[in-house]
Write a protein that binds this ligand. Sequence first.
Ligand code: NAD
Length: 976
Amino acid sequence: MEKNRGLEEIIRRTAFELFSSLKDERPAIFDKKGWTGRIIEWAMRDDDFKIRLLRFTDVLPSLKSDELVLRLFREYFSGTTEVPLIVMRGIERLSRGSKAPRIIAAIIRNSVKSLATQFIAGKDPKDALKSLHALRKDGAALSIDLLGEAVVSDLEASRYETRYLETLEFLAPALTARHGYRHYGDKIDISLKISSFYSQIEPLNWDGSIEKVKDGLRPVFERATALDASITFDMEQYYHKDLTIAIFKSILDEYKDFHWAGIALQAYLKDTREDLMSLLSWAKRNDRRIIVRLVKGAYWDYEVAVNRQKGWPVPVFLEKDETDRNYEELTRLLFDNTELIYPAIATHNLRSISNAIALAEDLNLDEKHFEFQTLYGMGEPIRRALKKWPVRVYCPVGELIPGMAYLVRRILENTSNESFLRKSFAERMSFEELVRVPDPQGKTPGETEEAFRNEPGTDFSKAENRQKTEDAFITVRKKFGRKYPLFIGDKEVFSGIETRSTNPAEPGETVGTISSASRNDAEESIRQAMTAYVSWRKTSAESRAGYLFKAAEEMRKRRFELAALEAYEVGKPIMEADSDVAEAIDYLVYYGRQMLDIARPRFLGRYIGEENEYLYEPKGIGVVISPWNFPLAIPAGMASAGIVTGNCVILKPSGLSPVTAWQLVEIFRSVGLPPGVLQYLPGPGAEIGEFMVSHPDVDFIAFTGSKDVGLRIFRLAGDTHQSQANVKRVVAEMGGKNAIIIDETADLDEAVYGVLVSALGYQGQKCSACSRVIVLQSVYGNFCERLKEAMNSVKVGPPEDPATFMGPLIDKEALKKVRAYIEQGKEEGKSLLIKKVEESGYYIGPAIFEVTPKVTIAREEIFGPVVSVIKAADIDEAITIANDTDYALTGGIFSRSPAAIRKVRDTFRVGNLYINRKITGALVGRQPFGGFGMSGVGSKAGGPDYLLQFMNPKTISENTMRKGAVPSDSPRRGIS
Ligand code: NAD
């Protein structure tokens, strides 16, 4: 206690000294004298303006023409009153009244450039040398951070590596201090981002990612050794954190004599203490000393948003004070272990800095034991105030264009309410407030349990999940070759007609042998369904929903095995298979909850003496006909919708995924669903499917599959039989020919990645897959080049291999068809890429063709990784091309123009429209899914209206008056 009080006193004293010397200084960004300083000041006051400013700053570097700069400027800043006045006046003054776009655009560009140069040391090492020299002369040590575009291909990764090497080569000789004692501060440090070494980096592919990144790292370590430079690993997103640490250790195991390697750790992460402890024991075991750069963390908003979206625990502290307190505790841990660690205290926070100094004094550490780090352009006053201590400046170097992401992040950080720089320099907060002991209030709001939440995808950055996946592959493989019966009533029936379900990656392997149903079997199942229906329709909605919830629970328990089975049976790469299982669980939970809602009594009108009840009744007997491409989620969705609404369902799965569909039936059996409510009847679609569709006792058909089959089902179902009691309802989800538009304002890093994932995810075998990319002329060349390289870099291979991005196509027939389309593409357009792959299994590499909109490959649904790129003159033409198709399923745009986005929202005719993201992966309850046109009837799976299609609405109107006596309220309403 006494000791703590003593320490607190030193902290305050130190802070006071620093505070006094900071008093008259402020970083350039907050200098209100300049025009840009005033804009930043405004941004801090007005959130709406801040977002506009950030978004405009973000898009500006990609705008190729002056007209475009002016157009976007107007799009972003018109509509706000006071703010643009400042901006406009500034522009007018600088342009001396000229209205020429060229002059105004130049002024805008220069203003943003001048903002950027405050944070970026130079566009390349040569350009940065002067400012770096100046810092060096002023006693600062340096760490160089190379800014750049996101790496989306092997080619871009190798270019990045070359830049690291050239930077070292150029800067290390020029800036390494060659006087006095040899010390870390003398060295040039280079900050590396592991994501820049491998475009396919992915924790699921743990060993593969480590090896690939290390291939790129070795030359950098060699050069750094030769040039006496040091290396620090930056820390990026949490998802890559464990992998980053693993790569760090693994490369250092190879470079045992490299003594100046460091890693950044983020104090805002709840895991960091544990990570640091494990790094300490690793360093001890290996008898080495490493640098730890302790930062607060720069991706807070991102981590909170993305992890919440994924349904994963938020890895960061939610209260700023928790991070600050953790920072102090971690500083202590670092300082207690300086024989193993050289701490770099990277913060601008007066309290955190003073705490470090106080601890150093307490532990008798001097300037040889640790250093401070500040950010170029932002920490200058702090660096100068810290004159007694070694300070390293983190200096971003890079082109303005790719550097914008960094700039935007920094502006965001420094203008956020929680920012220390803002508090100390812009708001001139009191000394007392600035040195306050961090004191978390524990007021983080709890999550409400009521809302529907999607089943989270598996987090493959966790070792235990990777292990469970490996184990599941072994378990599932052991069950290969089993025989699966039909399930009719409560009986497993082996029909004697057998078909094999094979592994598309190894067609010789039989995943399971399936009994195929005959017409007699179909008749019998319909009879059983009709018998079961008598009591099932009377079963309460709660009880019916209860079966779905229990089935969901059971599915959760089996999720790793279900995903492994999908990988084997339909060639789904493991992450895609995992999402399919999660989606299946979602349907069960979502439809169960929806049914409970729908079942609540509803009364219409409020008239005394009259009671009107509105309710829904099941339709009767349904046939569910499902495709193979979402082998669990789609049958689970359609079947559970049928069941929960009180119908009895016969499931006819695709002949290509019957073993996976069997699991669904088996799960429902395991939770005690009464016999006859869900039956399993695989068999040839054209025979057994059609027989049931046409059967007079079938009341509805829920179908998902191709357009041709869907339309045929509509025709057959519409042909009423004499003995038929009901007009059949057909719920049909069919194909798509989906387009993504890339306009001249798109963020190409995101656009290339978004198109790649949408087009190649599950080998392009999704109804939602992107198969047309419509690109505006001015970005066409650059986009196509990057897309080509990115697609060429994806790994095609067996789905069980974690390195695989694309597995095989579903079967020989599919392979033949896709190959034929590729041949046709060669004739109809110019091939930009046809990636060759090994021949065993039904593998095919991605292909890109440059075509005009009317050719066959740009019009027909191709279930494979074939992309048509089409050039458009402007956004109107792009939308016209996009809409010129029979289908209307999914579509998307990558754009940073508010006007273009508005136009696309209004005129792009698709069921699911996506803006600035991939067009696949719709989530139940969040992005209800389904198209119109020739893509389906427009109902939305996973949406609030879906279940209504499986029921007949009924109105019951009762006269509640007897001889003039009227109950004060309707008797039934009383219980509602
Ligand atoms: P498919 O149309 O060949 O088969 C779908 C199902 O219909 C299978 O169970 C099949 O056995 C059955 N079937 C085939 N002929 C039949 C007939 N004459 N009568 C009754 N049933 C018959 O489709 P697929 O190859 O399994 O799946 C791929 C297609 O599904 C693509 O066109 C894709 O776009 C579409 N799809 C659409 C959605 C969506 O939500 N819109 C989702 C997934 C797949």
